[in-house]
Design a protein around this ligand. Structure first.
Ligand code: FCB
Length: 800
């Protein structure tokens, strides 16, 4: 598979004729208008309005106001050339109490939406259940109640009666695994229950709802019927890199069980009319089998036209004797859930496009009777609006990688009929609220202004070409900037190198072209006009402290390594705007060949300014998302997840965190890693913020203890803060680790000498600096500039 992927990467990739290109949303995530036109209350209204359930206390009350702005949104879809729009119908708009009387105004809205879409040449793809169960049905047991499946079939019929003459494709249910596991098993989603008996009853009844609904739709004459599943290829760390790698019998058993729980629990009943034996074993232990009645599986196993595939990332597991079960996967004792060691999205999800190839090929091989439609694929990144643009190069790279992977699957025989990006709009990302932006169109939630991101414009071209053009998505070149500005290459080069000889008018047209195109200057631009200086600047932004281990390692290793390469190092501290312009001028004037930049705060304009000087700059640690600087970073999220996994493995359940400054990328990654690990494990998170210093660690620890005296572990995002936390715990008369286990981050010098010696996540500081220096030297030499992420490692001592 890998070989084919590479082979295809260079050329033009066309998708089969008739391939469907579109985008998806879901009612509660975009509509808003929660109290309008007779809409009833859903479990997500109740959940989101319950304090502590959704990040930031966000709700879908207003969301993207799509309910009122759908005309503008459809116009946007037409401009982007979408062939299909997948939206969901809010059940409580149609039947406010979930059964009985129909609310005509609710149906009218979807009727208008469908007409608007058809007039714009966009095919409506309707999802009937995307998680907003009417609360009155939840009050009667929700999905644990068999009757809910019958109510769903009634509702499906009602919607089809009204829209069936114009809607061809019907998706019954979206992601029953997420509904049952996150909603009923661990309570991270609505309705927020935490019972495995409930979860397995819910998953069976959701399948039954699909079957009854599909039958009702078929009887009513629906053309194309589908079910959408969240599917993940399950693999081992070794096989992630090499699909042919040998698999031990224990690892194979681990892969098989987890595959059964995530994928086959749903695929097999729907497409084969049976549950895998391994699933029945787990279900029987957790919930008994009384809720699975004779004849149910025949009902579930309705003929299906399309399988909707939602792919975000693979699942990596291996056999590990003694490992406790993953709380989201009952029955997985002795299986370790690992990290994919790949770059991550803002959700902390690893980016592994080849997983999509594997998944699609496997589906067409194992379930050849059903066509495939990617109903969701996409990514959240931290977007920045600059003027009228969002240069979301990360998202373009993500989408392009996945489309190439999908194409490889088609070549290998997968029956893939279309691709719908998640999502058309930034929207309410469930328990994450509005913080995570998945849209190809940016939404300003204060003004509701829509702004197509670069990814939307790129996607428009993909749709126009029915595929990808030769070569990978790339940044614009100096030539393109010159052409856009109507000047010569060397004028562009002189402007971006800050040469005084260019007139202000030229400077302005060039800089406009630079921003419009999202041009990122590189060493080639600079070398047009300057010669090497054999000097390197080591730039220390405001807030990076001399006591920081990265700082010490950087000065030390950079000094040595650069000397070996025959370069001089100039240390430059930036504490004020005046310092910043001095550094910018220094670089732009060509006094150095390149610069190494220590981690800057999210709000610091310095990285952006340096990226604009035209001099090669490499960042130590991930720069703020909007800044396109190559970097050498460490897997902070993975390290944090390992720390939390370790605490869970030691039986800790009330695990708080002391996070670092929120505007420091590494600190945010550690926090994401912590939160995702706890969320996967279905435990609540609690956090306090420190500034990485010892005193702030102590203060944060006191704050956490005051909020929850029964906490039994704390993950601290820095060793100095951890030392402070140990102090505060001692002060409160608590024993470490008997009462509270502590894990730090960094494995800084004092960690091993703390009392008790600190369990921590080792960061390879020196290697990181070395990697950054090499990257910089390569770039100065005109070589490639791809970032490097180094693994971290948990070091267990006595504090946990
Ligand atoms: C899927 C959901 C969708 C969206 C994406 C990010 O699980 O179906 O609504 O939230 O994840």
């Amino acid at each position: 598979m890998t070989a084919m992927f590479t082979a295809a990467a260079g050329g033009t990739l066309s998708f089969p004729g008739g391939f469907v290109w579109g985008a998806a949303t879901a009612a509660y995530q975009v509509e808003g208008a929660a109290g309008e036109d007779g809409r009833g209350t859903s479990i997500w209204d109740v959940f989101a309005h319950t304090p502590g359930r959704v990040a930031g206390g966000h709700t879908g009350d207003v969301a993207c106001d799509h309910y009122h702005r759908y005309r503008d949104d459809v116009r946007l879809m037409r401009e982007l050339g979408l062939g299909a729009y997948r939206f969901s119908v809010a059940w409580p708009r149609i039947q406010p109490t979930g059964s009985g009387p129909v609310n005509a105004a609710g149906l009218d809205f979807y009727d208008r939406l469908v007409d608007e879409l058809l007039a714009a040449d966009v095919s409506p793809y309707v999802t009937l259940y995307h998680w907003d169960l009417p609360q009155p049905l939840e009050d009667r047991g929700g999905w644990t109640e068999r009757d809910t499946a019958h109510r769903f079939a009634d509702y499906a019929r009602i919607v089809h009666d009204r829209l069936g003459d114009r809607v061809g494709t019907w998706i019954t249910v979206n992601e029953p695994w997420v509904v049952s596991v996150l909603g009923y098993g661990i309570g991270a989603h609505a309705p927020g229950r935490a019972s495995w008996r409930d979860a397995f009853q819910a998953s069976h009844h959701l399948l039954l709802a699909h079957g009854l609904g599909a039958r009702a739709l078929r009887d009513a004459g629906a053309r194309e019927i589908a079910l959408t599943l969240n599917l993940a290829p399950v693999t081992t760390p070794g096989r992630l890199d090499d699909p042919e790698a040998a698999l031990s019998a224990e690892d194979a058993a681990a892969v098989d069980l987890v595959d059964c729980l995530i994928n086959r629990q749903f695929l097999d009943p729907v497409l084969r009319g049976e549950y895998p034996a391994a699933v029945l074993d787990v279900v029987e232990r957790a919930a008994g089998l009384g809720h699975i009645r004779d004849g149910d599986l025949e009902t579930v196993n309705q003929p299906l036209d399309l399988l909707g595939v939602n792919y975000y990332n693979p699942c990596v597991v291996s056999a590990e004797p003694g490992e406790p079960a993953n709380p989201a996967y009952p029955g997985t004792e002795g299986i370790r859930f690992g990290d994919a060691y790949a770059p991550k999205t803002a959700m902390g999800w690893p980016i592994v496009p080849t997983g999509l190839t594997r998944l699609l090929v496997r589906l067409s091989r194992d379930y050849p009777q059903v066509g495939l439609l990617v109903t969701e694929n996409g990514a959240a990144f931290e977007d920045t609006v600059s003027g009228e643009h969002v240069h979301d190069a990360d998202r373009i790279a993500f989408l392009e990688g996945h489309l190439r992977a999908a194409h490889t699957a088609v070549d290998a025989g997968a029956d893939l009929r279309g691709y719908l990006v998640w999502s058309l709009l930034d929207n309410f990302e469930w328990a994450e609220g509005y913080g995570k932006r998945f849209g190809i169109v940016h939404v300003d939630f204060d003004t509701q202004r829509r702004l197509p991101k670069d990814s939307a414009l790129w996607y428009r071209d993909v749709i126009r070409n029915n595929g990808l053009r030769a070569g990978r998505a790339r940044r614009p070149t100096l030539e393109e900037v010159a052409a856009r500005a109507g000047v010569s290459r060397s004028t562009v080069s002189r402007v971006i190198n800050g040469e005084a000889a260019v007139s202000p008018e030229f400077r302005e047209v060039v800089m406009n072209a630079v921003t419009e195109l999202g041009y990122v200057p590189n060493s080639a631009a600079r070398s047009l006009v300057t010669r090497r200086t054999e000097s390197i600047a080591l730039i220390v932004p405001d807030g990076a402290r001399a006591g920081d281990p990265l700082f010490a390692a950087a000065v030390d290793a950079a000094g040595r390594e650069l000397e070996r390469a025959g370069k001089r190092v100039t240390l430059m501290f930036v504490g004020s705007p005046a310092d910043r312009s001095r550094v910018e001028r220094h670089l732009a004037a060509g006094h150095v060949d390149g610069a190494l930049l220590l981690p800057a705060r999210g709000s610091d304009p310095l990285p952006g300014a340096l990226a604009g000087t035209g001099v090669p700059v490499v960042s130590l640690g991930r720069p703020p998302a909007a800044v396109a600087l190559p970097y050498a970073g460490t897997d902070d999220a993975g390290g944090a997840a390992a720390a939390v996994g370790h605490l869970l493995g030691r039986g800790r359940r009330r695990i708080a965190t002391i996070r670092g400054p929120v505007d420091l990328a590494a600190a945010r990654d550690r926090f994401d890693g912590y939160r995702n690990a706890l969320r996967d494990a279905a435990f609540r998170s609690a956090d306090a913020v420190g500034d990485l210093g010892r005193a702030s660690g102590a203060a944060a620890m006191r704050e956490l203890l005051a909020a929850d005296p029964s906490l039994d572990a704390v993950f601290v995002a820095g060793d100095l803060m951890a030392a402070g936390a140990l102090h505060a715990l001692r002060e409160a008369g608590l024993r470490v680790p008997e009462d509270v286990a502590v894990v730090g981050f960094g494995d800084e010098e004092d960690a091993a000498y703390a009392v008790p010696p600190l369990t921590t996540v080792r960061v390879p500081w020196a290697d990181q600096v070395l990697a950054a220096v090499r990257l910089l030297l390569r770039q100065i030499g005109g070589g490639p500039s791809s970032s490097v992420i180094l693994p971290t490692e948990l070091v267990v001592r006595s504090s946990s």
